[in-house]
Design a protein around this ligand. Sequence first.
Ligand code: ACM
Length: 626
Amino acid sequence: MPDCFKSIPMKKLTILVLTVFLLTVFSFEKSYGQSSINIIPQPKHLSVGHGNFDLNEHTRIWIVHPDKLKFESQYLADFIKKHTGIKPEIISGTKNEHLKNVIILQLTRKVSGNPESYSLKVTKKQISVIAPASKGIFYGIQSLLQLLPASFYASAHEKKWRIPECSIQDAPRFSYRGMHLDVSRHFFPPSDIKRYIDMLAMYKFNTFHWHLTDDQGWRIEIKKYPKLTEIGAWRDSTLIGRYGRKPVRYDKKRYGGFYTQDEIRDIVHYAAQRQITIIPEIEMPGHSEAAMASYPVFACTPGPFHVATTWGGFKDIYCPKDTTFRFLEEVLTEVMGLFPSKYIHIGGDEVIKYRWENSPFCQQLIKKYHLKNEEGLQSWFIHHIDKFLSAHGRDMIGWDEILEGGLSPNATVMSWRGIKGGIEAARQGHDVIMTPGGYCYFDHYQANRKFQPLAIGGFTTLKKVYSYEPVPKVLDSVEARHILGAQGNVWTEYIPTFKKVQYMTLPRMAALAEVDWTPAKEKNWPDFQRRIHEHFQVYKALGYNYCTGSYAVDIMIQKSAKSDYKIVLSSEIYHPDIRYTTDGSRPTAHSEKYRHPFIVRAGAKIEAAVFVNGKLMEEPATKVAK
Ligand code: ACM
């Protein structure tokens, strides 16, 4: 015992040692936070050790070949620097098993593996991310970054972080993992698009479906047709409030914007570095009011037309004339020059056939080519475009309406009106992306609409997204192979700002990421609840706007006895502190705590809410037992 302690009585000394020990443990916990693993999407195989790797000012990033993984190593170094102030040195050379305090990024010699697979191993000495291709390395880095606690993301510039020992072998379930964004109804500048791509990258999405044209705005510069952006990118006014609500009001403000080809090239490159392919969508033959306003000669009637100022469908669509096809082919040629993606999306949804029905020219075409009707004409239109894209080495994707009148040979179908279109296309041997409205439309409400900002409708909670299984049960194993994956769609009629894009997509995007990545049998809602709770803290630290609708309470009432009712309260939140009343009064942090289902008499008015540290998280849910 050191001399300085000799004068302290034994009992007091024990207390002192214990206090110092507890303080150390607590300050450690406080500094380093989480002790468990919160990766989303859940890796395929994960085992957790007991120790930690210390990330500090001496940590280096090691790449074996100096000419490979340049972007990935710099990305990791920049990320660490941004959030900690530490600038890890990047070194290269033969891998050394004995080297300490290094993060090794290494491509395997075997290139036959799934390029999106990776292994991540964290020991006290080293971290290694090993993969057959840069895709896997990038995903390994994302998992590694998610091993750090939320406080890391708050950029507190602490210089010491603990990363838990673990071993991960991982690969995605689906090859297509997509998120969409409509930039026509509302426009988001390139900087927002990059932030969106960052969000996608965090959750290992590999596809960004960029909905670039629609009735309310044409958003991509086409050199050969400058009026598309001079005229088509701008509308005179925008509907205020919900579509269909009376009286109809407009803001009378000119609104618009577009991406120059240089901006698009820059964004495509930014996404590609983050292993995200951008699929551009150029809508045809419908949703083309902005194009009609720019070039009325491609319509069935003389016009004039205006860029739409309200939502819904419009009857002025492309007229299938030779000149229209030439225009579309020239537009698509510029689009293909900007986007190296295998797929080009041509829309094809919600085509109002009124103009075709009333056009002698269209009726003549239907006769000439022995088409059945206007649906047949639409199919003929889409076949033409499919042939053009195929001749240029690209594959066409369209919304499930392209099934009507006969599917074109090389078409991939996006099933959005439920899953029927997806089933039909897969049975015909076509590839399918599943985006059914009830699970994958993130413009829907996600919690009680009474307390939510305006949305288009629907009710798609986090749990519902998580429950989604992209492969319809009715498909056999050969047909099932045509289901390439699922995509979340973000239509922006009621999403005017990027803050609201974040609100509508977070946390639902995280649930979809797990649907797309994790084997179905490894999905686990309670464990996802635990992990998403940590991600909420990361969103907060990063300043992301996210929906806290998961804190809402769901009240389930079941008839129990003659005039008794069983009340079951739940929330999407992990281990929620639910407080409730049964007399219709507003619950407070001191109301009865919900521990298990309880019985009430008929007429009892249940009000319940989740509290965190005494703070009400969402407006109380209310139901009467009857
Ligand atoms: C769509 O939602 N109209 C594809």
